[in-house]
Design a protein around this ligand. Structure first.
Ligand code: NI
Length: 214
């Protein structure tokens, strides 16, 4: 079994699935998460194969995007087709299932170092300059307003209420993005998160300065 062939084949498959996405979850999001996950995995001595496969497929069956996908388990089906041994499939599926953000009050700390690495990489791509771009792209894709001063951010205590939100995009910074810095799992992830967090704060300060004309 040549693991690098699995990784390359999977990259090509995933690229085809996400090429047309305009919700901030396009192929280049997946590519950045993949590359960043490899970098963090090396610092953490995590299993590279598991990390790469989970990073590449982490959004294939994500709940945010699943309505377009008909709710089927595409990552598992793909790996079976590819001939990845079952013991690896189970581990990779476990990692993928543990990484999604499910609301401010919901604990989603992963159980393995590999899942911690992929979660950090995915969350880092939701932060900073790229994170801001992706957040507005996602909001527009979901027909959300940019900002409405009459709608205050909400700290969702459970996944159900988080899933249902249709609040303006600026609220998402307070409901998720600014919380990520303190939820990083790895030392290297924490380090990268600091700068991206600062940039988002700077952006929001400027946004409200312009909004309030001061
Ligand atoms: Ni993602």
């Amino acid at each position: 079994m040549d693991k690098s062939v699995y990784v390359q084949e999977t990259a090509m498959y995933v690229r085809l699935q996400f090429e047309q996405d305009a919700s901030g979850h396009d192929w280049w999001h997946i590519h950045r998460v993949w590359q960043l996950a490899v970098k963090i995995a090396k610092h953490e001595h995590a299993d590279l194969f598991l990390v790469e496969m989970a990073a590449l497929m982490h959004d294939l069956d994500d709940w945010k995007l699943s309505e377009q996908q008909g709710g089927e388990n595409r990552s598992q089906k793909w790996m079976e087709k590819l001939g990845v041994p079952g013991s690896f499939i189970d581990k990779i599926e476990q990692i993928i299932s543990e990484i999604s953000f499910k609301g401010a009050g919901v604990d989603t700390t992963p159980t393995s170092i590999e899942a911690k690495v992929v979660q950090d990489a995915d969350r880092l791509d939701a932060m900073g300059a790229i994170g801001i771009a992706r957040t507005f792209a996602y909001g527009g894709n979901r027909k959300r307003q940019i900002y409405d001063p009459e709608i205050k951010p909400e700290m969702h205590i459970d996944f159900e209420s988080y899933k249902k939100t249709n609040a303006p995009t600026i609220n998402h910074f307070y409901e998720k993005l600014l919380l990520l810095k303190d939820r990083m799992n790895t030392a290297y992830g924490k380090k990268l998160a600091e700068e991206r967090h600062r940039f988002m704060k700077l952006y929001l300060d400027q946004f409200f300065k312009e909004w309030n004309l001061n």
